[in-house]
Structures are given as structure tokens and as C-alpha cells.
Ligand binder design. Structure first.
Ligand SMILES: *Cc1c(COP(=O)(O)O)cnc(C)c1O
Length: 339
């Protein structure tokens, strides 16, 4: 099977497993795991921030980030199809007491944000405490938010005094696709979440990055939520290995995604990173037809299929998948003139 459902399906490589096996460890709840501390310092530095916190998942990093910026009973503004709004099972409301209002005009719509921002509209309205954006933006098909747009957002946020959160689960892909230094993104936000378990190919692990005080508070909340981990350097070692060895190759995944796009009738020029979203199809039928031919893709809506490239699919497999997908799409499209 060639598995293109997500870039989370990768398995640790032999050298990554070797790095995990030889990791020095300690009890991280006591702050004594040297491999975790090294990873946290390294990622904080990559993003130009003071501190970082290793978490089991990106969702947890986002929950900790948003709750650090948004007190209970206040709101965060985000895109209607943001991961924090759609794909974290309501954690920000269920756990943190935060509400959300969403904009609709794309991954970042500063004009809409300006109009929605309401830090103090009197005793009836939820005060806005933060704005959250996602880069790359998952549900729009891995789109990159241009750093100039993010700078404009930062400029506005400074004027009005609003905090900014970046869900950077795939920030590595955005940086690779645009040759933008990670810090150029990192410095624009109070809190950033990044994942090691997506395109970088680590089996687990994410980090929340921010100022020392924010990260210290998030460390307490991580433990409170049951997310304190012990000799977790074995996992941090996989993450560090991934950062050191798999970041430079992300561009290959982007080339592979454009090959798939071309075969699926999607303009490759619209594919900015490692995701291809094919609209207006019978998603279940395409998933089934491709599956029978040995290619797994995901339905992300009744009429939308998504394919994601990653470390565990080679160029030859991508070419094979491209022809399988082209056939699956052709065989499931209603015939012209049919009813
Ligand atoms: C995957 C992802 C996350 C975090 O997901 P986990 O499965 O909890 O690690 C957060 N944001 C975006 C945009 C993602 O794609």
C-alpha cells in the first residue's frame, strides 16, 4: 500500500531508531531529561524564542498556547476551517473555557479580523484576547501564508494590543517552500506550536514555543492535564533526528505533491507544499477505487479527496500513485451525457 492519507503515517527510520536507542534520559517532570531539554532549547532557538515545551501532540501544544493567551470567558479569532476550531474536538471550549469566532475569507483575512476584533464592547460581548493563524494551512490544502501578510497582521496586533498564536504544525513546510527562515515567522507571534510527527517523520512529539514566562505556565498546565512525561528523551531524540535530517528534504515532498496534482487534474501551480486537495469528486468512490489499486487517500468531505506526500513515499511510488489516482478519478466520474 502507498499511504497518502496524511504525513503522520511515517514510521521511524533505522537511524532514527538508533538515535532513540542511545538517547540519554532522565525524569522530565523534574526537568532532568537532557535530551528533552536539548530539543526544547534547539527548537526555541530555531524559532527565535526564549523557551519551548515538548508535548505529546500538536493539539496539546495548541491548547496550552491558546489558554496561555486567552483567559476563560474570552475569545480567540481564527479561520472557519482552522485546526483549532474544527479538529481538536472542542478542547479550547471544553477544557479552557475559551470561545472562538471565525472568519471565512481564507486562511488569513486581516480585513475581516480588523472588523471582528472586539476587546471591550461592554458587558454583553465576549472580549477578544487573541488571533490564531495556521501555516501551512491544512484544510485549504497546505497553503503557505506569505510572511508579508503575517507581518501586516503583527503590525495591526501591535497597534491594538492583541496577542497572536501560530499553529505551525507544518511551519517547516512553509519555511522550506519559501526559503524563509523559521525565525522570520516565529518572531511575529507570542506563541507558536510546531509538530515533529508530520512531514519531519518523527513518531510523536510537538513543541510549544514562546517567552520563558508563557512556557513556564504552560508546563504547569501540561502536568495538570496529565501530559507530564518521564524518560521521554527517547522520543525527543527521534524529534531531534528528524529536525537534523529530514527538514532539508521537504522540498522533495512538495515536488511529489505537484506530480500527483497534475495527474488529478489540479493545477500544480496551486500546490504550495505537500498536500493535494481534489474537489468535486465522489470522495468515497475515489477512496475505494484507489484503495483497491493499492493507494490510500483520505476523504476530507463528501466531495473532496486529499493526498499528502511524505518521507515514506518515494518518487517511484508517487509516479505509481499518480497513475492509480488518475484512473480512480476517471472511473468514478459520471460519464458525459449520463444522468
Ligand atoms: C496535525 C495538526 C495539528 C496537531 O495534531 P495532533 O494530531 O494533535 O498532533 C495541529 N494543527 C494542524 C494544522 C495540524 O495539521
Amino acid at each position: 500500500m502507498i499511504d497518502l492519507r496524511s504525513d503522520t503515517v511515517t514510521r521511524p527510520t533505522e537511524p532514527m531508531r538508533a538515535a532513540m536507542a542511545r538517547a540519554e534520559v532522565g525524569d522530565d517532570v523534574y526537568g532532568e531529561d537532557p535530551t528533552v531539554r536539548d530539543l526544547e532549547e534547539h527548537v526555541a532557538d530555531l524559532l527565535g524564542h526564549e523557551a519551548a515545551l515538548f508535548t505529546a501532540t500538536g493539539s496539546l501544544a495548541n491548547v496550552l498556547a491558546v489558554r496561555a493567551l486567552v483567559p476563560p470567558g474570552r475569545e480567540v479569532l481564527c479561520a472557519h476551517d482552522a485546526h483549532i476550531a474544527r479538529a481538536e474536538l472542542g478542547a479550547h471550549g471544553a477544557i479552557s473555557g475559551v470561545t472562538m469566532r471565525t472568519w471565512t475569507a481564507g486562511p488569513l483575512a486581516l480585513d475581516q479580523v480588523r472588523g471582528m476584533y472586539a476587546p471591550d464592547l461592554g458587558p454583553y460581548f465576549v472580549p477578544t484576547a487573541a488571533v490564531s493563524v495556521e501555516n501551512t494551512h491544512n484544510f485549504s490544502g497546505g497553503r503557505v501564508l506569505p510572511v508579508e501578510d503575517l507581518r501586516a497582521l503583527r503590525g495591526w496586533a501591535d497597534e491594538v494590543g492583541c496577542a497572536l498564536h501560530l499553529d505551525g504544525a507544518r511551519l517547516w513546510n512553509a519555511a522550506a517552500a519559501t526559503s524563509t527562515p523559521l525565525r522570520a515567522y516565529g518572531e511575529l507571534f507570542e506563541a507558536v506550536a510546531v509538530c515533529l510527527s508530520k512531514g519531519l517523520g518523527a513518531p510523536v512529539g510537538s513543541l510549544l514555543v514562546g517567552p520563558e514566562s508563557l512556557v513556564a505556565e504552560a508546563r504547569v498546565w501540561r502536568k495538570r492535564l496529565g501530559g507530564g512525561m518521564r524518560q521521554v528523551g527517547v522520543l525527543a531524540a527521534a524529534g531531534r533526528y528528524a529536525l537534523d535530517h529530514h527538514r532539508e528534504r521537504l522540498g522533495e515532498d512538495h515536488v511529489h505533491a505537484r506530480i500527483l496534482a497534475d495527474a488529478c487534474g489540479v493545477d500544480p501551480a496551486t500546490v504550495e507544499t505537500n498536500m493535494v486537495v481534489v474537489p468535486d469528486v465522489d470522495a468515497a468512490a475515489v477512496v475505494a477505487a484507489a484503495g483497491e489499486a493499492g493507494v490510500r487517500v483520505g476523504a476530507v468531505g463528501a466531495r473532496t479527496v486529499r493526498a499528502v506526500t511524505h518521507l515514506d513515499v518515494s518518487r517511484a511510488q508517487v509516479e505509481e500513485a499518480a497513475s492509480v489516482l488518475a484512473r480512480a478519478l476517471a472511473s468514478t466520474r459520471p460519464t458525459a451525457g449520463g444522468s
